[in-house]
Design a protein around this ligand. Structure first.
Ligand code: SF4
Ligand code: SF4
Length: 163
């Protein structure tokens, strides 16, 4: 998965944002339709759109789930640049945890960024939502309506994970 500009913008730094109450009325105030088709596209390498940042909770939970040390997890599955949060390695065509059936093999402990996709703050710019995000994710525009409150809560949860 990842984060085109989202990912890139969020890479390795805190993302101070105004609260939902302080934001002007959003273009998605009446909600957005989204339902995952489980295609796995967001778990595949899309060049710049392929970073999965790992927050402190991810770096505890995933190694524990895998039964390996945090150090081994970082060495085998992550990329770490100075001054940035670690990211899942995406130098292969897809995330190392996407299985042959296009399912996440660490689903119960998947990174926060994977849990909250596609409702990242930077994806919620209309041009981005209707452009690269929609192109990546066939689930956008179908399924149940997610309320603005739910969308903002998921965006906030993503950011809070890196604070
Ligand atoms: S951790 Fe799971 S949900 Fe996240 S990108 Fe990898 S396969 Fe996809
Ligand atoms: S790209 Fe969208 S529809 Fe496909 S697996 Fe990811 S969230 Fe689901």
């Amino acid at each position: 998965m990842d984060e085109s500009q989202s990912v890139d913008e969020n890479r390795g730094r805190k993302t101070g944002q105004v609260s939902a109450e302080e934001r002007p009325e959003a273009w998605y105030a009446s909600g957005l339709r989204f339902e995952c088709t489980q295609c796995g596209n967001c778990c595949r390498n899309h060049g710049d759109y392929s970073f999965v940042n790992l927050g402190p909770k991810d770096l505890e939970a995933i190694p524990r789930f895998l039964g390996i040390s945090p150090e081994e997890f970082l060495a085998r599955f992550c990329t770490k640049e100075p001054g940035h949060f670690p990211t899942l390695r995406m130098d292969a065509p897809q995330c190392p945890f996407l299985d042959a059936g296009a399912r996440c093999s660490i689903y119960s402990v998947r990174p926060m960024q994977c849990r909250t996709w596609p409702f990242w703050r930077s994806n919620l710019e209309r041009e981005r939502w209707d452009g690269p995000v929609r192109q990546c994710c066939p689930g956008i525009g179908s399924g149940p309506v997610h309320s603005r409150e739910e969308i903002d809560a998921r965006a906030e949860a993503t950011e809070n994970d890196f604070r």
